[in-house]
Design a protein around this ligand. Structure first.
Ligand code: ASP
Length: 326
């Protein structure tokens, strides 16, 4: 978390950070809202998207399967013990219980999601099982857990990771029973991928808002809010305060704006404008969107500065800063 704070202070908008393995500075989002276009292309929210994209890229290269790529990619983040916002090691709810949300979607409309699920290490794989093995789209809570058991998922011990335990105990000292909404406390991984054949898929997985009310579900497992994919148009994913994103059905909105001719960048900017107009106390809210269209042009935009995303294509992987409204 302190690293994120430091990063925010030093954030320079719209610059490409050249990472050692990439070797090239590429794909700045241009001021007219256009970006270079790449196919295949993988985009993920936040810095943790870098290793996730690398894994997804590997899978895409080997199999050409975008769904496998987005599932395997975010599984890296779900296992990352340093990550406090994705997976069972994430920060818990007010009762000290980690509960997870995830969704997966293909560009042909197939989708699956799980919400408020406990003890499952890979909620993204469970979401995929919902998509492939049930007639439903969303399973929640104990029902989702029972489905996981029936599908042979191991049940993990319900204990906080050492880091989460420490932070939770610290939070409890001053707990005001009000969700802490700031840039440091929520950062889902949302990943969207475009294959060489034009097929698209997306995944989104999170432990949700830190210290949320027990039972609270964010945007990530809500198809259309945290994730939306349509092979005819493009894909979008979201991160940030889920309630603000659900209110405007953010990812679906972006895909529909692109369908009407907006560039991915313009569509993300319009979604942020809409979000700002439909949410009170906007200075307390961070939300960010990421999108590409079927040509492989992409865009990103957030309410507050500090949102970054990982972009991977044939020229390598880069971490890019999104522009923001404020
Ligand atoms: N969108 C997630 C949620 O509200 C958290 C985040 O992305 O920061 O649960």
């Amino acid at each position: 978390m302190p690293d994120r704070r430091k990063f925010l202070k030093h954030s320079i908008l719209s610059t490409a950070i050249i990472l050692p393995f990439s070797g090239k500075a590429i794909s700045l989002i241009k001021s007219n809202g256009a970006s270079d276009a790449y196919k295949p292309l993988i985009l993920s929210t936040w810095e943790h998207g870098m290793p996730a994209n690398e894994r997804a890229w590997e899978v895409l290269k080997e199999s050409g399967n975008v769904v496998d790529a987005v599932e395997e990619g975010v599984k890296v983040t779900e296992l990352d013990m340093d990550n406090l916002s994705v997976g069972l090691q994430g920060l818990p709810d007010r009762e000290g219980i980690p509960t997870l949300d995830a969704s997966i979607m293909m560009g042909d409309g197939s989708c699956g999601a799980v919400a408020f699920v406990r003890q499952v290490k890979h909620p993204i794989s469970l979401a995929r099982k919902v998509m492939e093995e049930t007639p439903h789209v969303l399973l929640a809570g104990e029902g989702a857990r029972q489905f996981a058991i029936a599908q042979g998922f191991p049940m993990e011990k319900e204990a906080l990771s050492p880091k989460a335990e420490m932070m939770y105990q610290e939070w409890k000292k001053t707990a005001t029973y009000k969700p802490i909404i700031n840039i440091e406390n929520h950062d889902t991984i949302g990943m969207i991928a475009l294959g060489e054949d034009g097929k698209m898929a997306g995944s989104c997985t999170t432990s949700g808002l830190a210290y949320k009310m027990h039972g609270r579900v964010g945007d990530s497992p809500i198809i259309g809010a945290g994730l939306y994919v349509d092979d005819e148009v493009g894909a979008a994913t979201a991160t940030g305060l889920g309630e603000s994103i659900i209110r405007i059905n953010g990812s679906f909105l972006i895909v529909e704006l692109m369908r009407q001719g907006r560039t991915p960048q313009e569509a993300c900017e319009e979604a942020v404008r809409r979000l700002i107009s439909k949410n009170k106390n906007i200075s307390d809210i961070q939300a960010g969107f990421l999108a590409f269209n079927k040509e492989g042009a992409y865009g990103a935009y957030s309410v507050q500065p500090g949102f970054n995303f990982a972009c991977h294509h044939q020229k390598g992987g880069n971490l890019l800063d999104a522009k923001s409204k404020f």
